[in-house]
Design a protein around this ligand. Sequence first.
Ligand SMILES: Cc1ncc(COP(=O)(O)O)c(C=O)c1O
Length: 377
Amino acid sequence: MGFYDTNLTIFAYMSKLANEMGAINLSQGFPDFDVDSTLISYVEDAMRKGFNQYAPMPGLPSLRSALSQRHFNDYGVTYHPDTEITITPGATQAIQSVIASTVKPGDEVLLFAPAYDCYAPMVKASGGIPVWAALNPADFTLDHQSFSDRVSDKTKLVIINNPHNPCGSLWSEGDVELLIELQQTYGFYILADEVYEKICFADGGFRSFCTYDALKDALFLVYSFGKTFHATGWKIGYVLAPEPLMSKLRAFYQFAVFSVNTPMQHALARYVAEADYKKISVMYLKKQAFFEEAMKKTAFRALPTYGSYFQLFSYEGISDKNDVDMAEWLTREVGVATIPVSVFYPKRRDDIRHLRFCFAKGDEVLSAAADKLYHAG
Ligand SMILES: Cc1ncc(COP(=O)(O)O)c(C=O)c1O
């Protein structure tokens, strides 16, 4: 039985298969190293101090203030802690709140294929219609023609993921110029999923969409503490938006969620104010370089990654299998689990020859995976 015979997401399927086969799991996007023990001690401290009851609906004021300050330090843009920041149970729920509060039945929502897998089902759940524009197949940069052709006055929301999962690509200044031009023509909202903001390898670092004044009034920004502090199991994140957009979002959110885990918020309020984000970026920069170097001895060809903890590798010189079959074969026969890229497209495709590798793993795990892949062909 293969992936297409199950009702599982590819992530659940590959992780299950990796467990069954005892394979090294570079498929699902979670780090295998620990959360900073200081942050853990802050959570324990908050629990012992009795911060165990409901937090206020938009999140703890101290956490929202710390985030407002942090965002200003990083990007020079102010989001007001009272009215423009809301804490959410993970970026996933933030994305759902943005979609549910902006999209009405029949509205079109523009997505770029390949895309992170939760966007389209959430759009459909709100009665919206996903409309797909393309990224260029060679390097996964924005296809300007496709974007311009697919957007129209029916477009209510454009969803952008930058840095990009699964491709590790980034929006260029030219891409953003086109976005600004189209937004000013059609007036759509923008959801920028920037959960990998702190994992960016571009010269000059990451540039958030909020730094473009022309976009700010239409922009929702989504972040994940799970990604930034390698604590994906905590499922806590936040959304930033100007006050008129945020009050729409909270009108939905107050009933859909109401309140997020209180002790985690106390701990994060302390930690965000003091955390060394540069150290996190440097750690991932080293990991990415380490993995790409280790993979050089294999027949897999690295595509450049500019952000996220993922890198695509082409196996064109190794096999003609489609990527789902190749990922399955690698897990069963070689002992390394990855994610096929075709599953991030709206329709099944047999022409993709790339796999996504997660390098948020210990160096010894990455080395062992490269050793096994050396024997793959
Ligand atoms: C692009 C992107 N957005 C959102 C999420 C979800 O983040 P969270 O775990 O905080 O819900 C992920 C997780 O893999 C992701 O890759």
